[in-house]
Write a protein that binds this ligand. Structure first.
Ligand SMILES: O=C(O)c1cc(=O)[nH]c(=O)n1[C@@H]1O[C@H](COP(=O)(O)O)[C@@H](O)[C@H]1O
Length: 286
C-alpha cells in the first residue's frame, strides 16, 4: 500500500482537511521564556496534533518556518514530523525542491530517510522531469509520494503557469499532463498514482476540466482560509469528497483569535470540524 493509498483511506475515514503546521513563533498565544523558540513551537504543535488527529486527513509541515529558526528550528522540524507521523496519518513535508538529478537524489535521501523522513514531499517541476525522477525509486520501493506544483494558489501563478503553449495548452496543463503520464507507472491500489499535483484552491477556472483530466491523480489543494479559497470552488477539485486534501495553515493555527476564550488547540479542532463540514457540504451538493 502506497502513502497515496493511505492518504485516500485517511480522507475516506477522517475527511479532506490537511492541517498545515506552518508554525511561526509569533502565532503562539503564550511562550515559555525558559525554552528556545524551537522548543516552544514543538509544544504548540504537540497540543495541536493531539487535538486535531481525529479530524485531520493528514498534516503538512512547511519547512521554511523551521529553517528560519536555524538549528533550533531544524530540531523542531524533525520532532514535529515525528509527532505527526506517530498519529498514523500521512505527513507531507512541504519542501518544494527542484534541482538537477544528482542534487535531487540527495534531497530525496534527506527527506525520505533519516531525521527528516516524511511520507510525501512537495516538488517544483521548473527544471524538468529529471528533477523529479530521483524521488521515484522511493515511491516504487517504499510507497513514498510526491506532490508537484502544477497550478498554484498565489497571484504569481499567472506569471508563468498560465502562459500558453503553441498548441493552446497552458504551462500548467503541460506540467499536469507530463506528471500524470509519469504517474502511470506508480499506481496504487486506490486508483491514484504516487505522483500527485498541487492545484491551488483560489483559482477555479476549468476546475471540473482539471479534475476530469486527471482522474488518477491525487491533488494537494492549498488556499482555503487565509488565502480566500472557498469550499464551493474547492469541492470541484475533489471526487465524491476524496482524491484530494485541502490545506489550511493560518486558518487552523490562528483559529483561537476568532474564538475568544477558547484554548488554541480546542479552537484548531473546532476550525477543522467547521472546515470539514463546509467542504463536505459543498461536495454533497455536486
Ligand atoms: O505546496 C503548497 O503547499 C502550496 C502551494 C500553493 O500553490 N500555495 C500554497 O499556499 N502552498 C502552501 O500552503 C500553505 C498555505 O498556508 P495558509 O495560506 O496559511 O493556509 C503554505 O504552507 C504554502 O507554502
Amino acid at each position: 500500500m502506497t502513502n497515496m493509498d493511505k492518504l485516500y483511506e485517511s480522507v475516506a475515514a477522517n475527511g479532506p482537511v490537511c492541517v498545515g503546521l506552518d508554525t511561526e513563533i509569533s502565532y503562539l498565544p503564550t511562550t515559555d521564556t525558559a525554552k528556545t523558540a524551537g522548543e516552544n513551537v514543538v509544544e504548540f504543535n504537540r497540543a495541536l496534533i493531539a487535538a486535531t488527529k481525529g479530524v485531520a486527513g493528514c498534516y503538512k509541515v512547511q519547512i521554511a518556518y523551521y529553517e528560519s529558526l536555524g538549528l533550533d528550528g531544524m530540531r523542531a522540524y524533525a520532532e514535529t514530523l515525528k509527532m505527526a507521523r506517530a498519529t498514523g496519518l500521512p505527513v507531507i513535508a512541504d519542501i518544494k525542491r527542484g534541482d538537477i538529478a544528482k542534487t535531487a537524489e540527495m534531497y530525496a535521501k534527506a527527506h525520505f530517510t533519516g531525521d527528516f523522513e516524511a511520507d510525501i514531499v512537495t516538488l517544483a517541476p521548473y527544471m524538468g522531469l529529471d528533477s523529479i525522477s530521483p524521488y521515484l525509486p522511493y515511491c516504487k520501493d517504499q510507497g513514498k509520494g510526491v506532490f508537484v506544483l502544477c497550478r498554484t494558489s498565489n497571484p504569481g501563478a499567472k506569471d508563468f503557469e498560465y502562459q500558453k503553449l503553441a498548441d493552446g495548452r497552458h504551462i500548467y496543463d503541460l506540467v499536469g499532463d507530463s506528471l500524470t503520464e509519469m504517474g502511470k507507472d506508480y499506481m496504487g491500489e486506490c486508483g491514484y498514482s504516487s505522483i500527485g499535483l498541487v492545484i491551488g484552491g483560489t483559482y477555479t477556472e476549468e476546475a471540473t476540466a482539471i479534475r476530469a483530466a486527471y482522474k488518477n491523480t491525487f491533488f494537494l489543494i492549498p488556499g482555503y482560509g487565509a488565502q480566500g479559497g472557498k469550499a464551493a470552488d474547492i469541492a470541484q477539485y475533489l471526487t465524491k469528497g476524496n482524491g484530494g486534501v485541502v490545506n489550511s495553515s493560518r486558518g487552523i493555527l490562528l483559529a483561537y483569535k476568532k474564538q475568544p476564550g477558547v484554548a488554541f488547540d480546542e479552537a484548531a479542532y473546532n476550525e477543522c470540524v467547521r472546515m470539514r463540514e463546509d467542504i463536505q457540504g459543498e461536495c454533497n451538493k455536486l
